[in-house]
Ligand binder design. Sequence first.
Ligand code: BGC
Length: 765
Amino acid sequence: MSKRLQMTAVGLLMAVAPTFAAIPTNDAERAKMDEFVSGLMSKMTLDEKLGQLNLPTGGDITTGQAIESNIGAAAAAGQIGGTFNIKGAQKNYEIQKLAVEKSRLGIPLLIGQDVIHGYETVFPIPLALSCSWDMDAIERSARIAAIESSAGGINWTFSPMVDICRDPRWGRIAEGAGEDPYLGSEIARAMVRGYQGKDNLKGNSDILACVKHFALYGASEAGRDYNTVDMSRLRMYNEYFAPYKAAVDEGAATVMTSFNLVDGIPATENKWLVTDVLRDQWGFDGMVVTDYGSIGEVEIHGLEKLPEASARALKAGTDMDMCSFGFIGTLKQGLENGSVTMADIDKAVRRILEAKYKLGLFENPYKYNDLAREAKDIYTPEHRAEARRIAAETFVLLKNQDGLLPLAKKGTIALVGPLADAANQMAGTWSVAAAHWKYKSLKQGFEDAVGKKAKILYAKGANIESDPVRETAHTWGNDIRDLRSDEELLAEAVAVASKADVIVAAVGEGIEGSGESSSRTDISLPASQRRLLEAMLATGKPVVMLNFSGRPTVMEWEAENIPAIMNVWFGGSETADAVPDVVFGDVNPSGKLTASMPRNVGQIPVYYNHYNTGRPKADDNGVFVPYRTNYLDSRNSPLYPFGYGLSYTDFAYTDFALDNATLGADGAITASVTVTNKGKRAGDEVVQFYIRDVAGSIARPVKELKHFERISLKPGESKRVDFRITPEMLKFYNYDLDYVAEPGDFLVMVGPDSERVETLPFVLK
Ligand code: BGC
């Protein structure tokens, strides 16, 4: 393109550039946006419009090479509306520059990335983050992720992932907030606020959130990734939809459709889902993008071929095609044969341009390309300190026999296990921008923590899996395999452990043992690691197990045999410091499970907010009772329930009371409880309130989380914690899908987890 033309492109844009950009909040602002977008659209050719609907991945281009790359050529030709997963401020700037300066209309690009739990400062995986129950911390983690990724040229994150999941076989449970609709909704909101900023996307570190995967992806059958979903509408509305809707209510600017079927139709082309529910019922007026290649997968699901699937997806209300090339490749044909209209195409183009407008890209296409920011805003000491503090809040202390934890910083400590000296595994799945080489291993973290006060001995003891092929599936490119035999590794660990006073075993999954495409049918510790734990116990020394996992682990044997167990998930870039912070007691653990830990795979799905059967079993004591709802060979309850997690101190719950046992239709009543720190250490407790609707017009769950509060208590200190109950929070979708609160009997419960609760009755008039 000639220089003159380049200037024309920029000139064209600037001539119509608005004076306001951000998410419009009133009619005048909306009118201004409409006027600008309509003006721009009136200048666009059909090809340019279809270009906007196209979202291919960037591949990994090298700095300075954008111009020679396919993606660069497509940007310059106006054939893409955006691209994603290119890391580096300079590279993303080069791509943006090609779109802005070389394409005829100079329309800037959406530059996306899977910034799921941080950028280079990596926060714990989302499942772990949810275990903090700390909404401020979660919002701050998203804010820091937005600051860092925008410094890298990103203006759109494919997060939050809010798929409710009750099946830990599904590897992507790692990316979500667990099994609960209410907690999941609160977290979805916090993340949207964090990404998009306080000021409607005005700042240059405020990026578009993309709530995904709409919808029901977490309910894939048998926990196998990409598998079929089939679910009643009641369950959708009352359980699985809540967090998507919460994110939309909070102002999430974009939504990503899911891979799975919803009512027999792939989500991406399901009009009921994308238009009737999302847009019409929930009022979402932002942009919908498909998941990777999902229009192309329609045919493989057993429906139409790409041209018809593209038309159907567009008509369903989907705007942007990620990597199927169906919109750019076939919609012209669709226009000719009448399967789509120009109005259908325009609707999608408008929404994409509006997303760019909201970002302020038409005002300043380089808003996210301030190259100086990359050096100063990424992986800063402040961000790292925050990540370390937050990571420590996510660890869940599952067992602590005789107060084995915290350990004293003295004597000799044997650190063993495949995750003990594996810096490149700490970040956890979907950490696209992680800089593994900058992170410390746990071993280094332990050494730094104890200094000269104690001696740390190390032996690997086991590979993640004995079988090298299986191990590769856990670690992908981040290989950590030790080529010695299992026996040699074990013998070394036994020798090291025999010199120690206490053993800390860092065991579990590898970095990609959970996440996308990492479903497992066996979610217990691999045999090589079980053998290591057995050998450690056999030394007679006290053993602390640190479980690295992206999902609930089946650990009945461990729970019976190992004196202290802490689930540390994948804690992100600062894991190496955050784990010793808690192990040595500088921080008191406060994480609580957000997904039940099953006793065995056969119980799955096992979750706290289930329905009663007509034949409940009164006592979950492990004794089989015929013709009751129970198993011949297992209890019904999980090993560790939703909401469970211990502390180094003890909290007592007393004086649970309701100020009124009758709730008027327009009124409110308050349940309160006194929580006292009975121990000798300060600590945080997550006080949980549940409600049961005793007799509904449809069956209602045995309990539902409705409120929680994270409180800090000094030794001996007490706090009264209140829960204000209103009819609004008793609402649910009835058989006709009306959102109603039904008068009648209710129970309110409070406790430190979903099982150990006290209960009081009340009536809704
Ligand atoms: C995943 C999405 C992700 C997308 C883009 C897909 O495989 O399902 O969660 O955002 O890829 O990387």
